[in-house]
Design a protein around this ligand. Structure first.
Ligand code: GTP
Ligand code: MG
Length: 634
């Protein structure tokens, strides 16, 4: 027997954490609202039943506006699961209960889960489960996705609820609203949940209006009083939630955490941003210090292997140069990438990073973006495809497209090995500093691009930020490890696929037609043929060819360099050209995967084309500035 179970709830209440616990998945979890933007499915067996869980984006109400919210609403409306688990935050349950009351209007088989019960206990909050069940008239389970408390019971309750057929009694909104609801119910086809849609219509929802029968006019029923009634509906739900909580929950009002004092400093108007920069710098320092020994070891290992195999024949050259040197050059940076994501994972899980979104909101506002965009863009540090996808969470279409278009300027992790390689060559004693500067430049270029795009492509007004700040949480090691793994594994997958294939192609292009001299190779011919375009930047053919091949995926730049010079340690480039190259790489064309994501998310070819043309243009101009100024100084 297959039972479908939908996990719904407000943002950041732990839906994905519970999903991971229930089905043993490793979906991305983070301490800020809006992490999940698509539905994610997973199955498990419990007592001979197959339980098919669906994790959904967070919603505050079923009146969805942004794309991700619509995913959750449409799922419940059009493909209702056998059991709907509404997950509520035990520390601030008001809004969660309001949502629960709405889902009950959809006639769903509902279970109320009060999650993060571990934190509630620590804060002295007492929850009376049976009192909640009496008031809410649905089964209640208290869980902790961190400790695993209540998970077994949730499984049991799902089985028990699935078998039940009687639905909970719905809220009564008073005679005025109820009479309008009965009138409006006739305006919808029988296939829909009419009461739910009638209420939504009064609440002013566009989608309910779209589902009206053809040619019905509801304006006489929804006269001028509709907005008053909408407030009344929300208030009825909220008051009911408060009443329930008054009788079923005891809060310890005196708990004042020391985190509040620290938070005051972290989010301070003037010192907040310098503290953020200092922490980022520390994170980069940690990245290098923690990973250096392992990076050295891996490099030495690969070096030994290439020496042993040699490259006297075509086959040995393919293995030692094409595969080991080409792919190995990228793999050797993996410890640094993992270390960086470990540090960023702690910042994100603790709830610190979303606060930076707030600090940045003012600056973002002048770019006609919001702090929510900042959080979306932050995902781009892992992979630009993630931030392009996560832009679904932005309800304003103009802001969404702008965020998609500027996403490629966020320095994704594929660029990390490239920077590490170049920094290692040019600034071996100031790695963390150089890395820090690259990240600052990346942020500046993203901001500049947002400004330009808003002026030229997407005109419009900005909308204010509405984002709930998550509470500070002590990052669990397993969550940080999952975070690190989820972001870093991308590399391992790419190393075995696209980078391997590209390295072999690059090897072929550098081996033929004259294996004795790379200067006569096809790679050299291509590079030299295009060199005139990059002459003002001072790039040699090796750089030109590497940039060309790296268009598919940035790591290929490293692999190409390693092959053209017979190992990264043999590369010599002058400092001005190094700096020029780094700035050029910062912005030049999004990789294929990102372009494909831009196309699918905007549903048009126009935006990927704009993205390619604009990024080539801006990075060329900026690199040229660096080249000119650099030559003047040195
Ligand atoms: N202490 C504690 N923390 C939890 C628990 N459940 C989730 N968290 C933390 O809460 C944060 C949000 O968890 P997610 O699972 O991403 O929440 P979500 O509801 O899926 O969030 P969105 O996808 O943004 O709507 C993370 O930092 C989790 O580690 C819990 O039971 N106890
Ligand atoms: Mg989630």
């Amino acid at each position: 027997m297959v039972i479908t179970v939908g996990l719904v709830g407000n943002p950041n209440v732990g839906k994905t954490s519970l999903f991971n616990k229930l089905v043993g998945a490793r979906q991305y979890v983070a301490n800020w609202p809006g992490v999940t933007v698509t539905r994610v499915e997973g199955a498990t067996t419990y007592k001979e039943h197959t339980l098919h869980f669906i994790d959904l984006p967070g919603i505050y109400t079923l009146s969805a506006t942004s794309i991700d919210e619509r995913v959750a609403r449409n799922f419940l409306l059009y493909t209702p699961p056998n059991v709907t688990v509404v997950i509520i935050d035990s520390l601030s349950p008001e809004q969660g209960i309001s949502l629960l009351l709405e889902t009950l209007e959809l006639n769903l088989n509902v279970i109320a889960v009060f999650n993060a019960i571990d934190e509630a206990k620590k804060n002295g909050i007492k929850i009376d489960k049976s009192s909640l069940e009496t008031h809410l008239r649905v089964p209640v389970v208290l869980t902790s996705a961190h400790t695993g408390e209540g998970i077994e019971q949730l499984f049991e309750t799902i089985l028990a609820t699935f078998k039940k057929t009687n639905r909970a009694k719905l809220l009564d909104y008073g005679p005025e609203i109820e009479s309008k609801v009965s009138e409006l119910e006739n305006c919808f086809d029988d296939i829909y949940n009419k009461r739910f849609l009638a209420l939504k219509l009064i609440e002013g929802d566009k989608f309910a209006r779209e589902l009206l029968k053809k040619d019905v006019d509801v304006s006489s029923i929804l006269d001028g009083s509709a907005s008053n009634l909408a407030v009344k509906i929300a208030k009825t739900r909220y008051d009911y939630a408060l009443n329930v909580l008054n009788s079923a929950m005891r809060k310890n009002e005196n708990v004042l955490t020391s985190m509040e004092a620290i938070d005051h400093v972290f989010t301070h108007k003037y010192i907040g941003i310098p503290i953020f920069f200092a922490l980022m710098y520390l994170a980069f320092n940690f990245t290098f210090k923690a990973s250096e020994p392992l990076v050295g070891l891996i490099e030495a290992g690969f070096q030994k292997l290439t020496d042993v195999i040699g490259s006297s024949t075509m086959l040995t050259s393919l293995i030692s140069q094409g595969i080991i040197n080409g792919v190995g050059s990228v793999i050797s940076f993996i410890p640094s990438i993992f270390a960086l994501f470990f540090a960023l994972g702690i910042m994100e899980e603790s709830g610190y990073l979303p606060r930076i979104a707030f600090l940045m909101d003012k600056a973002m506002y002048s770019l006609k973006l919001t702090g929510r965009s900042f959080m979306t863009l932050l995902l781009g540090f892992g992979c630009n495809v993630s931030s392009v996808m996560a832009a679904r969470g932005l309800s304003d279409e103009r802001e969404r497209v702008t965020t998609i278009l500027v996403s490629p300027f966020v320095s994704c992790s594929a660029r990390i090995p490239v920077y590490l390689m170049i920094i290692g060559i040019a600034f071996p004693n100031h790695k963390a500093e150089a890395f820090f500067v690259m990240y600052l430049l990346s942020i500046a270029l993203t901001a500049l691009s947002a400004r330009i795009i808003n002026k030229v492509v997407m005109k419009g007004e900005s909308i204010p930020l509405v984002m709930e700040l998550p509470r500070y949480r002590f990052p669990s090691l397993s969550n940080v490890a999952t975070y690190m793994w989820n972001r870093g594994k991308h590399f391992l997958q790419k190393a075995g696929t696209i980078i391997l294939v590209a390295s072999i192609i690059v090897w072929g292009l550098s081996y033929f037609p004259d294996p004795t001299n790379i200067e006569n190779s096809f790679a050299a011919m291509i590079g030299k043929g295009l060199q005139f375009i990059f002459a003002p930047l001072g790039f040699q053919w090796q750089t030109v060819s590497a940039l060309l091949f790296g268009g598919a995926a940035k790591e290929i730049i490293v692999s190409s360099f390693a092959q053209f010079y017979g190992g990264i340690e043999n590369i010599v480039i002058d400092p001005v050209i190094t700096a020029t190259l780094m700035v050029f790489i910062l912005g030049y064309i999004p990789c294929f995967a990102t372009l494909a994501a831009i196309k699918s998310e905007t549903n048009s070819l126009k935006y990927p084309i704009i993205s390619v043309v604009y990024s080539l243009f801006i990075s060329y101009v900026l690199a040229l500035c660096v080249a000119v100024v650099g030559r003047m100084i040195l």
